[in-house]
Every structure is written in C-alpha cells, then in structure tokens.
Design a protein around this ligand. Structure first.
Ligand code: P6P
Length: 335
C-alpha cells in the first residue's frame, strides 16, 4: 500500500488552507521527538529507563524515569525551532518559556509526555498527548501561565502518539482526524487512516469499575444499566475494556467505537476529577470531535470549559456520540 508521509500530508493540508508553515514545522518537530520517545520506551529493561525516577511531579505522582526523559526530549526538541513561545507539561509546575538564546514564535505547546507511565514496567501501551494553542493577541514579551488558559475550542492542533505493538501518531489540525504509523525501517510516519469516523453507537465501555462505590449516583445508575445488559433498560449486552492508559483506551475507541469515562468520584471531587483538562481532556476531546465523536464532563462539552488553572482536572466522558448523549441524560437534573 502506497502511503504518503506526514510531511506530504501536512503540505497537502497547508495547500488546502489548514495550518501554516510554522504550525506544520512544529508538528514535524513534535513527531520527531516522539520517535525518540518511541525508541526509548521500546528499549524497555535493556535501556536502563524503567522504574522510578525518585522524584514526584507537580501532581504529587511518583515520576518514572521515562516520564522525566520524555519531558526532556520534548523540551529539547522544541527549544530552537522558533515556532513556540513556551511549553507546558504535566511534569512541570510552571510553563517553560523558550530559552532567550532562541527566537520565540506564536504558538504554545502543552503535553503529557508519557501518559499511562504506570504501565511502563508491565509493558502495556503508553503514549504522548499534545495540544497547540496560539499566543493571545495581547501577549507580553514573556509568556505567562495566563496565556495557556484558553478553552479547548481554541486549539489549532492536537494529537497523541501511542507506543504500542506499532507506534502510531493520531493528529488533527481541525480538518478531520488522521492516523499515521511509524515505519521504523525508514523512520517516517506514514498515513494509514485518513478522516477517522467513530461509530455513533457502541456496546463497549471503558471505566475503572473498582471506583464504583465512590461515583455520584447518576454514574452508578448509568453503569449499572450497562451491566444489566439485554435484560435491563438498555436492551442489549455491553462489553468492558480498561487499559488504564488513556491513549490506549482512546485509540481503541477511535478504531472501533466505545465510551471512555473517568468520572468524578468522592476521592477526587475536590480536585475536579482525575484527568487533566489542558493536556489530556482537551486534546483528546478535539481529536474525538473531529472524528465525529463527542467529549463531555457528563454535564457539558469539554471544549467549552474556560480553564482557571494549568493543571486543572475534569471528569471525562468521550467516544461514540450517541452513547455520550445517553450518559449525559443520566446526569441531567431530574425535574
Ligand atoms: P486508574 C494514567 O495514569 C491516567 O492518567 C490515564 O492515562 C488513565 O486513563 C487513568 O490515569 C487510569 O487511572 O485510576 O484506573 O489507574
């Protein structure tokens, strides 16, 4: 099968009026950095990069060596290109401005450098999630955290790279969602699916069931009805999958449909949820909506949220559009 490269695809998109030279070059830099992360994760025990780094991140989570390495790879790769003013990361409390030695550009890059890293040591797929925003018109000389606090609907690009049996890049510039597979022999990402469409209905859900007793009653009722299957109000049986690696679960949903949820529960309600808005929920919501799916907090569209903090957390429901609407109906206040 003759597949075009990421570069050819991005050039086509620019000719069609989507993206510009700076954004396209930024996507190429991020993709190249993710190839390096793919090599590092692929070495596993042979690369001396498994296990804990001995430090905690801003979330208070123990960092894996690969979390730290992946973050450094993305920062180093993006420092000199002239496309960005600053980067923000799950692994850093504050945004990191582009070093003064290099020119600053008009974009802001946010990323979770290695999502699902708790799965690294058990050799389960992990991934990098990234989001691109424009600097606000009134931006000052030095980019501050306030510049990043834009709703997800302002994203100009978003994507993830899943490091699984194959390394795949999923990308949207706001003109559909497209999938590229890394050809390791050539070192290029080749287009393998153009304009992904998520099936509108599904019979497969992804949630960590062990949290059921902590969920709000509407979530308990929604999932209980899924579990009741064809004898219950849904009238059909459902299957469940939970990888505990958002990138892997979302990739499955992009590929064959489904609903993914990390809802509020009593343990995380004070923080607003578990998953982070700016570099997990927003990019995944953009990708999923561009593929015909939906992404909600259960009570509203994720991309409409006006952020108040860089590491803000939100409840997440995303995937097959009709199933998201069903889940939202359970969460709607009863009159
Ligand atoms: P739990 C990984 O730590 C992550 O942020 C997401 O990738 C994943 O969906 C979720 O947390 C898994 O959470 O509580 O099931 O371990």
């Amino acid at each position: 099968m003759h597949s075009i490269t990421l570069t050819q695809f991005l050039t086509e998109e620019r000719r069609a009026g989507f993206g510009n030279t700076d954004l396209i070059q930024l996507m190429e830099v991020v993709a190249r950095a993710c190839k390096r992360i793919s090599v590092a994760t692929g070495k596993g025990a042979l690369g001396g990069v498994l296990g804990e780094a001995g430090t905690d991140n801003v979330q208070g989570e123990a960092q894996k060596k690969l979390d730290v390495l992946s973050n450094e790879i993305l920062l180093d790769a993006n420092a000199w290109g002239g496309h960005l003013a600053a980067c923000a990361s799950e692994e850093m409390e504050d945004p990191q401005p582009i070093p003064d030695a290099y020119p600053k550009g008009g974009y802001l890059l946010l990323f979770d450098p290695l999502d699902g890293s708790s799965n690294i040591d058990v050799n389960i797929s992990v991934g990098t999630i990234f989001s691109v925003l424009r600097r606000p018109e009134n931006a000052g000389v030095e980019p501050g955290v306030g510049e990043f606090l834009q709703p997800g609907s302002a994203q100009v690009a978003a994507g993830y790279v899943v490091y699984g049996p194959s390394t795949m890049l999923v990308l949207t510039l706001g003109h559909g969602t497209h999938v590229f597979t890394l050809d390791r022999e050539v070192g290029s990402f080749l287009l393998t699916r153009r304009n992904v469409r998520i099936p509108e209905q599904t019979s497969e859900f992804a949630v960590n069931m062990s949290n059921r007793r902590f969920w709000e009653p509407p979530m308990q009722r929604y999932v209980d009805d899924l579990l009741a299957g064809k004898d219950g109000p849904r009238g059909r049986d459902f299957n469940m999958r939970w990888v505990a690696s958002m990138v892997a679960d979302v990739h499955r949903i992009l590929t064959r449909g489904g609903i993914f949820s990390y809802p509020l529960d009593r343990r995380n309600a004070d923080k607003g949820g578990k998953l982070r808005l700016m570099y997990e929920a927003n990019p995944m919501a953009f990708i999923v909506e561009q593929a015909g799916g939906a992404a909600s907090t259960g009570r509203g569209r994720i991309l409409d949220i006006r952020p108040e903090a860089l590491h803000q957390r939100v409840p997440v429901f995303l995937g097959s559009r009709e199933e998201i609407a069903v889940a939202e109906r359970y969460h709607r206040p009863t009159t």
